[in-house]
Design a protein around this ligand. Structure first.
Ligand SMILES: Cc1ncc(COP(=O)(O)O)c(C=O)c1O
Length: 418
């Protein structure tokens, strides 16, 4: 093992060969304590010392130093997490309702502010009803697990988020995966599921690649095969579409989407998740969705802030417009250097480095030491041949910060300065 230790990853330690159930897999400690592996893990769980603004400070685990950095890893795409009106609304809700909901939604955790926010989200997404969860992951797991049953078929794009897969596993439905955005392969899977209750699951913006689903064609196939559709708009809500309603609005197909999911932790700047659909289905789901039924409702203080975030992001298009101007500026700058940006069409832009984990980590270290907080994305999160950085563009980036970012990336990745 010592010779090729860097070829190992967490994927190799999923199954535990230690007979002691409280022990770790036999080679795990040796692997995780190897200096190179420790170094690669030092990019993760670094402490952010201030709000997740574009300009923030972190305590770097690389050398323990506190650094002022340009933050390109946050999902605070519209800066709403620190928007003054959002903060004021959060404080007002905190004063009125206190910190927590202190109960599951079914029993004592539903406040008037939850009902109002769910109503407004349903209205925003042009659906009849909405269910709120304390996390986006919980919402995906809970919705899939609450709707799908043994004997049903769940067909997912192979690049779907883990929460959707976990929901499928819990539900007992038969899961089939189709090659990313490949309509022929999707049709093959629909043929396999023919005659069964079937739900097709895709994302609005794929989170590792920043590309979009071929939504119109996917929905056509769903209609031919009488399958339902579920779209995870985690990274597209408030960003795509003329009114910010997401990729379904962007493609003009909102009325053909069966179930629409969104998270409140990304563009909204808070935490939580929601699922919108027809009224009877949401009513039914509430009976069987454990993360709703058996878990505390979202904090009312956060809901107060989120309600204001929805207002701010939708009262005009200014934040979205600035975001898209920044996306275009950064994409042009990165493309101009000849970097491989994959198929990104969104504010999520990968810089694909390739197979070398050593290069990826070396670049990551140099960029961080120069003041760029940009996380490496390694196998198994992405295939080993396409290790990458993933840039999250924010509407808050100034021209100076973008130029500084581009110059650091050029120095480190193109010119090889360390
Ligand atoms: C596509 C997608 N869906 C769902 C989630 C889960 O959302 P949350 O982080 O709000 O729990 C994520 C989070 O990374 C995501 O990228």
């Amino acid at each position: 093992m010592a010779n090729n230790i860097l070829n190992f990853s967490l994927a190799d330690f999923f199954y535990n060969d230690n007979p002691d159930v409280l022990g770790t897999p036999l080679d795990f400690e040796k692997w995780i304590n190897h200096s190179d592996v420790r170094k690669s893990f030092s990019f993760f769980e670094q402490e952010i010392l201030e709000a997740p603004r574009v300009s923030t400070r972190i305590r770097s685990k690389l050398d323990g130093k506190v650094r002022k950095v340009i933050n390109l890893t946050s999902y605070n795409y519209l800066g709403l997490s620190t928007h003054p009106e959002v903060i004021a609304a959060t404080k007002a809700a905190l004063d009125k309702y206190g910190l927590g909901s202190s109960g599951a939604p079914l029993l004592s955790g539903t406040f008037d502010i939850h009902t109002e926010f769910a109503r407004r989200l349903a209205e925003f997404k042009l659906k009849e009803d909405c269910i709120l969860y304390s996390s986006g992951l919980g919402a995906n797991v809970g919705a899939i697990q609450g709707i799908m049953r043994k004997g049903d078929y769940l067909i997912l794009d192979e690049k779907c988020h883990k929460s959707l897969i976990d929901g499928g596993n819990l539900s007992g439905a038969k899961m089939l995966f189709f090659t990313h955005n490949d309509m022929k392969n999707l049709e093959l899977m629909l043929e396999k599921a023919k005659g069964k209750r079937t739900l097709v699951v895709v994302e609005g913006v794929y989170s590792m690649d920043g590309d979009l689903p071929r939504l119109t064609e996917i929905l056509e196939l769903c209609e031919i095969y009488r399958a339902g559709s579920y779209i995870d708009e985690a990274h597209s809500t408030l960003i795509f579409g003329e009114n910010g309603r997401g990729v379904a609005e962007h493609f003009g197909v909102e009325d053909r989407i069966g179930i629409s999911f969104g998270t409140l932790s990304k563009s909204f700047g808070g935490v939580g998740g929601f699922v919108c659909s027809n009224k009877p289905l949401i009513r039914y789901l509430k009976g069987y969705s454990s993360p709703w039924n058996f878990s505390c409702a979202p904090s009312p203080a956060v809901i107060g802030g989120l309600m204001k975030a929805l207002d701010v992001a939708t009262r005009d298009s200014s934040l979205r417009d600035t975001l898209w101007a920044n996306v275009n500026y950064m994409r042009n700058g990165l493309k101009g250097m000849g970097l491989n940006l994959g198929e990104s069409e969104s504010q999520v832009i990968p810089i694909i480095i390739g197979h070398s984990g050593e290069k990826l980590m070396g670049y990551a270290e140099s960029m961080q030491k120069r003041g760029l907080f940009l996380q490496p994305v390694d196998f198994p999160a992405v295939p080993a041949y396409s290790r990458r950085f993933r840039i999250s563009i924010s509407s808050q980036l100034s021209r100076n910060e973008m130029d500084e970012t581009l110059s650091i990336i050029e120095d480190v990745i193109i010119k090889g300065f360390r």
